[in-house]
Write a protein that binds this ligand. Structure first.
Ligand code: ZN
Length: 156
């Protein structure tokens, strides 16, 4: 069995950006549902357990290009009173369809908060070193949810 649409794939991975280790671990994801960045999903397509994939993913197929318009200044009053407004804090806004849009607080002053909707890894080339551990068919429930339900995957 190989990584293809509607299969749950277990991978062991490291992620480096400019030779700095950003993340590592083991992960289950549902292939073909954009649970992982597009460039990595494409590189894993058709691979079998035991295979190793070393790939550099461009920002376009990773977390996107850095968009200067993603940096915005909002009034402090736009946040709930109990929100902990500190540099680096993450919050979620909603777009007009109700989809969550995460952002990071860049700066806080008495009246205003500068926020950034760019992903922390936007504009970065992602160097993945991945070993495929296992592949299995997704359950109907997993397909309905659009993500893997298992030890290293999504928890309810
Ligand atoms: Zn679920």
């Amino acid at each position: 069995m190989t990584a293809s649409k509607d299969q749950v794939v277990t991978i062991r991975y490291t992620l480096h950006v400019e030779n700095e280790l950003i993340d590592q671990g083991e992960l289950d994801y549902l292939h073909g549902h954009r649970n992982i960045v597009a460039g990595l999903e494409e590189a894993l397509e058709g691979k079998a357990p035991g295979e190793r994939v070393v790939v550099s993913v461009s920002p376009e197929k990773g977390y996107g290009l850095y968009d200067p318009e993603g940096v915005q200044v909002v009034e402090r009053g736009a946040f709930p009173k109990d929100a902990e407004l500190v540099e680096g804090a993450m919050f979620y806004a909603e777009d007009s369809q109700g989809n969550p849009m995460p952002f990071t607080v860049l700066n806080v002053d008495a009246q205003e908060v500068t926020i950034d909707f760019n992903h922390a890894l936007a504009g970065e080339t992602l160097d993945f070193d991945v070993t495929l551990v296992a592949v299995r068919p997704a359950t109907p429930e997993e397909l309905e949810h659009g993500h893997a339900h298992s030890l290293h995957g999504h928890q309810h």
